[in-house]
Design a protein around this ligand. Structure first.
Ligand code: ADP
Ligand code: MG
Length: 235
Protein backbone atom coordinates (compact mmCIF):
# COMPACT_ATOMS: atom_id res chain seq x y z
CA UNK A 1 0.00 0.00 0.00
CA UNK A 2 2.85 2.41 0.72
CA UNK A 3 5.03 3.73 -2.07
CA UNK A 4 8.02 1.47 -2.40
CA UNK A 5 9.38 2.48 -5.82
CA UNK A 6 12.24 4.91 -6.24
CA UNK A 7 10.38 7.32 -8.54
CA UNK A 8 7.82 9.69 -7.06
CA UNK A 9 4.15 8.98 -7.71
CA UNK A 10 2.98 10.87 -10.76
CA UNK A 11 -0.62 11.55 -9.86
CA UNK A 12 -1.54 13.84 -6.98
CA UNK A 13 -4.33 12.54 -4.77
CA UNK A 14 -5.84 16.02 -5.00
CA UNK A 15 -5.08 18.82 -7.42
CA UNK A 16 -6.87 22.15 -7.42
CA UNK A 17 -6.11 24.14 -10.54
CA UNK A 18 -6.99 27.83 -10.80
CA UNK A 19 -9.97 27.43 -8.50
CA UNK A 20 -12.28 30.36 -7.82
CA UNK A 21 -14.93 30.32 -5.11
CA UNK A 22 -16.87 33.29 -3.86
CA UNK A 23 -20.10 33.90 -2.03
CA UNK A 24 -22.50 36.68 -2.93
CA UNK A 25 -22.85 39.36 -0.30
CA UNK A 26 -24.51 42.74 -0.25
CA UNK A 27 -22.61 45.16 -2.41
CA UNK A 28 -20.47 42.56 -4.20
CA UNK A 29 -19.00 39.17 -3.57
CA UNK A 30 -16.87 37.62 -0.88
CA UNK A 31 -13.93 36.04 -2.68
CA UNK A 32 -12.61 33.05 -0.75
CA UNK A 33 -10.47 31.36 -3.42
CA UNK A 34 -8.99 33.23 -6.38
CA UNK A 35 -7.14 31.17 -8.96
CA UNK A 36 -5.98 28.88 -6.19
CA UNK A 37 -3.59 26.05 -7.08
CA UNK A 38 -2.90 23.26 -4.66
CA UNK A 39 -1.77 19.64 -4.79
CA UNK A 40 -1.39 16.83 -2.28
CA UNK A 41 0.54 13.68 -3.06
CA UNK A 42 -0.20 10.15 -1.85
CA UNK A 43 1.13 9.58 1.66
CA UNK A 44 1.27 13.28 2.46
CA UNK A 45 -0.28 14.74 5.58
CA UNK A 46 -0.91 18.47 5.18
CA UNK A 47 -2.17 20.89 7.82
CA UNK A 48 -4.51 23.69 6.78
CA UNK A 49 -4.09 26.43 9.34
CA UNK A 50 -5.93 29.73 8.97
CA UNK A 51 -8.06 31.98 11.15
CA UNK A 52 -11.77 31.31 11.44
CA UNK A 53 -13.74 32.67 8.47
CA UNK A 54 -10.79 32.49 6.07
CA UNK A 55 -12.21 29.67 3.98
CA UNK A 56 -10.87 26.38 5.36
CA UNK A 57 -14.25 24.65 5.23
CA UNK A 58 -14.90 26.13 1.79
CA UNK A 59 -11.61 24.72 0.52
CA UNK A 60 -12.36 21.30 2.02
CA UNK A 61 -15.87 21.28 0.54
CA UNK A 62 -14.60 22.19 -2.91
CA UNK A 63 -11.80 19.61 -2.66
CA UNK A 64 -14.30 17.00 -1.46
CA UNK A 65 -16.74 17.66 -4.32
CA UNK A 66 -19.41 18.85 -1.89
CA UNK A 67 -19.38 22.31 -3.48
CA UNK A 68 -18.70 23.32 -7.05
CA UNK A 69 -15.99 25.89 -7.65
CA UNK A 70 -17.10 28.93 -9.68
CA UNK A 71 -14.15 28.35 -12.00
CA UNK A 72 -11.14 26.09 -12.24
CA UNK A 73 -10.75 22.36 -11.99
CA UNK A 74 -10.57 19.87 -9.14
CA UNK A 75 -8.74 16.63 -9.95
CA UNK A 76 -9.23 13.65 -7.67
CA UNK A 77 -6.55 11.06 -8.33
CA UNK A 78 -6.02 12.64 -11.75
CA UNK A 79 -9.71 12.60 -12.65
CA UNK A 80 -11.10 16.00 -13.71
CA UNK A 81 -14.41 16.62 -11.95
CA UNK A 82 -15.79 19.90 -13.31
CA UNK A 83 -17.79 18.27 -16.08
CA UNK A 84 -18.97 15.23 -14.15
CA UNK A 85 -22.67 14.96 -13.37
CA UNK A 86 -23.91 14.63 -9.80
CA UNK A 87 -24.05 10.84 -9.77
CA UNK A 88 -20.49 10.55 -11.07
CA UNK A 89 -19.33 13.08 -8.46
CA UNK A 90 -21.10 11.14 -5.73
CA UNK A 91 -19.52 7.89 -6.89
CA UNK A 92 -16.07 9.43 -6.95
CA UNK A 93 -16.60 10.99 -3.53
CA UNK A 94 -17.78 7.67 -2.10
CA UNK A 95 -14.82 5.68 -3.37
CA UNK A 96 -11.96 8.18 -3.29
CA UNK A 97 -12.65 10.64 -0.49
CA UNK A 98 -13.14 10.27 3.25
CA UNK A 99 -14.43 13.06 5.50
CA UNK A 100 -14.05 13.75 9.19
CA UNK A 101 -15.82 16.69 10.79
CA UNK A 102 -15.46 18.47 14.11
CA UNK A 103 -18.53 16.65 15.36
CA UNK A 104 -18.47 12.93 14.63
CA UNK A 105 -21.93 12.56 12.96
CA UNK A 106 -22.04 8.86 13.80
CA UNK A 107 -25.43 7.15 13.66
CA UNK A 108 -26.45 6.97 17.33
CA UNK A 109 -28.57 3.82 17.12
CA UNK A 110 -25.81 1.74 15.52
CA UNK A 111 -22.68 0.23 17.05
CA UNK A 112 -19.17 1.42 16.28
CA UNK A 113 -18.73 -1.61 14.04
CA UNK A 114 -22.00 -1.00 12.18
CA UNK A 115 -21.11 2.66 11.64
CA UNK A 116 -17.95 1.55 9.85
CA UNK A 117 -19.67 -1.31 7.98
CA UNK A 118 -22.40 0.95 6.55
CA UNK A 119 -20.42 2.95 3.97
CA UNK A 120 -18.90 -0.26 2.70
CA UNK A 121 -22.32 -1.85 2.16
CA UNK A 122 -23.45 1.31 0.36
CA UNK A 123 -20.48 0.88 -1.90
CA UNK A 124 -21.51 -2.70 -2.62
CA UNK A 125 -19.23 -4.82 -0.46
CA UNK A 126 -20.54 -8.04 1.13
CA UNK A 127 -21.52 -7.97 4.79
CA UNK A 128 -18.86 -10.39 6.06
CA UNK A 129 -16.06 -8.67 4.18
CA UNK A 130 -17.23 -5.24 5.37
CA UNK A 131 -17.44 -6.42 8.98
CA UNK A 132 -13.95 -7.91 8.80
CA UNK A 133 -12.48 -4.68 7.44
CA UNK A 134 -14.39 -2.60 10.00
CA UNK A 135 -13.11 -4.75 12.87
CA UNK A 136 -9.55 -4.60 11.53
CA UNK A 137 -9.68 -0.83 11.16
CA UNK A 138 -11.23 -0.22 14.56
CA UNK A 139 -8.67 -2.58 16.08
CA UNK A 140 -5.87 -0.64 14.40
CA UNK A 141 -7.28 2.55 15.91
CA UNK A 142 -7.32 1.01 19.37
CA UNK A 143 -11.04 0.29 19.53
CA UNK A 144 -10.97 -3.51 19.36
CA UNK A 145 -12.81 -3.73 22.68
CA UNK A 146 -15.49 -1.20 21.72
CA UNK A 147 -16.88 -2.69 18.52
CA UNK A 148 -20.36 -3.34 19.90
CA UNK A 149 -20.75 -0.05 21.73
CA UNK A 150 -22.97 2.71 20.41
CA UNK A 151 -21.55 6.23 19.99
CA UNK A 152 -23.32 7.39 23.17
CA UNK A 153 -21.33 4.82 25.15
CA UNK A 154 -17.99 6.06 23.82
CA UNK A 155 -15.78 8.94 24.90
CA UNK A 156 -15.25 11.94 22.60
CA UNK A 157 -11.87 10.65 21.52
CA UNK A 158 -13.26 7.17 20.84
CA UNK A 159 -16.13 8.65 18.83
CA UNK A 160 -13.70 10.59 16.66
CA UNK A 161 -11.60 7.48 16.07
CA UNK A 162 -14.75 5.63 14.93
CA UNK A 163 -15.49 8.59 12.63
CA UNK A 164 -11.95 8.26 11.30
CA UNK A 165 -12.40 4.52 10.69
CA UNK A 166 -15.67 5.23 8.92
CA UNK A 167 -14.01 7.89 6.74
CA UNK A 168 -11.37 5.45 5.50
CA UNK A 169 -13.58 2.33 5.42
CA UNK A 170 -13.70 2.37 1.62
CA UNK A 171 -9.93 2.91 1.33
CA UNK A 172 -10.16 6.39 -0.18
CA UNK A 173 -7.06 8.01 -1.62
CA UNK A 174 -7.85 11.32 0.06
CA UNK A 175 -8.86 12.14 3.62
CA UNK A 176 -10.31 15.58 4.34
CA UNK A 177 -10.78 16.58 7.96
CA UNK A 178 -12.35 19.81 9.19
CA UNK A 179 -11.00 20.57 12.67
CA UNK A 180 -11.34 16.89 13.66
CA UNK A 181 -9.98 17.41 17.15
CA UNK A 182 -11.60 20.82 17.69
CA UNK A 183 -14.08 19.42 20.20
CA UNK A 184 -11.60 17.40 22.22
CA UNK A 185 -9.42 18.21 25.21
CA UNK A 186 -5.68 18.58 24.47
CA UNK A 187 -4.70 15.11 25.68
CA UNK A 188 -7.44 13.39 23.69
CA UNK A 189 -6.67 15.54 20.62
CA UNK A 190 -3.10 14.35 20.76
CA UNK A 191 -4.16 10.73 20.96
CA UNK A 192 -6.68 10.97 18.11
CA UNK A 193 -4.11 12.77 16.02
CA UNK A 194 -1.53 10.09 16.72
CA UNK A 195 -3.89 7.40 15.44
CA UNK A 196 -4.66 9.54 12.40
CA UNK A 197 -0.95 9.90 11.72
CA UNK A 198 -0.29 6.16 11.98
CA UNK A 199 -3.27 5.47 9.72
CA UNK A 200 -1.97 7.84 7.05
CA UNK A 201 1.52 6.36 7.34
CA UNK A 202 0.25 2.78 7.12
CA UNK A 203 -2.08 3.36 4.18
CA UNK A 204 -0.36 5.84 1.86
CA UNK A 205 -3.48 7.97 2.11
CA UNK A 206 -3.19 11.70 1.42
CA UNK A 207 -4.73 13.90 4.08
CA UNK A 208 -5.64 17.57 4.39
CA UNK A 209 -6.47 18.47 7.98
CA UNK A 210 -7.85 21.85 8.98
CA UNK A 211 -6.76 22.62 12.52
CA UNK A 212 -6.13 25.48 14.90
CA UNK A 213 -3.76 23.33 16.89
CA UNK A 214 -0.25 24.48 16.01
CA UNK A 215 1.36 21.69 17.99
CA UNK A 216 -0.46 19.09 15.87
CA UNK A 217 0.16 21.07 12.68
CA UNK A 218 3.88 21.00 13.45
CA UNK A 219 3.85 17.20 13.27
CA UNK A 220 2.41 17.10 9.76
CA UNK A 221 4.49 17.02 6.58
CA UNK A 222 3.56 20.53 5.43
CA UNK A 223 1.53 23.46 6.63
CA UNK A 224 -0.52 25.64 4.31
CA UNK A 225 -2.78 28.61 4.85
CA UNK A 226 -5.17 30.70 2.77
CA UNK A 227 -3.97 34.18 1.86
CA UNK A 228 -5.44 36.53 -0.72
CA UNK A 229 -7.51 33.68 -2.12
CA UNK A 230 -4.43 31.49 -2.59
CA UNK A 231 -3.35 28.35 -0.80
CA UNK A 232 0.19 29.14 0.31
CA UNK A 233 2.91 27.47 2.36
CA UNK A 234 2.77 28.62 5.94
CA UNK A 235 6.25 28.28 7.40
P1 ADP B 1 -13.47 28.72 7.94
O1 ADP B 1 -13.80 27.28 7.78
O2 ADP B 1 -12.02 29.03 7.70
O3 ADP B 1 -13.91 29.27 9.25
P2 ADP B 1 -15.50 29.12 5.89
O4 ADP B 1 -14.98 28.42 4.67
O5 ADP B 1 -16.53 28.40 6.66
O6 ADP B 1 -14.25 29.53 6.80
O7 ADP B 1 -16.08 30.52 5.47
C1 ADP B 1 -15.33 31.50 4.81
C2 ADP B 1 -16.16 32.74 4.65
O8 ADP B 1 -17.21 32.50 3.73
C3 ADP B 1 -16.82 33.21 5.93
O9 ADP B 1 -16.78 34.61 5.95
C4 ADP B 1 -18.24 32.71 5.80
O10 ADP B 1 -19.13 33.54 6.49
C5 ADP B 1 -18.47 32.75 4.32
N1 ADP B 1 -19.39 31.69 3.87
C6 ADP B 1 -19.22 30.36 4.04
N2 ADP B 1 -20.23 29.67 3.49
C7 ADP B 1 -21.07 30.59 2.96
C8 ADP B 1 -22.30 30.51 2.23
N3 ADP B 1 -22.87 29.34 1.94
N4 ADP B 1 -22.88 31.68 1.84
C9 ADP B 1 -22.31 32.87 2.12
N5 ADP B 1 -21.15 33.01 2.79
C10 ADP B 1 -20.53 31.90 3.20
MG1 MG C 1 -14.66 25.93 9.10
Amino acid sequence: MTETGTSPPVTPALFLSQVDRSYPQTGGSLDILKKADFAIWPGELVALVAPSGTGKSTLLHVAGLLEHPDAGEVFIGGVATAKLDDSARTRLRRTEIGFVYQFHHLLPEFSALENVVMPQLIRGLGKAEAAKRAADLLGFLGLGERLRNRPGELSGGEQQRVALARAVANAPRLLLADEPTGNLDPGTSKHVFKTLLSLVRASGLAALIATHNLELAAQMDRRVTIKGGQVVTMD
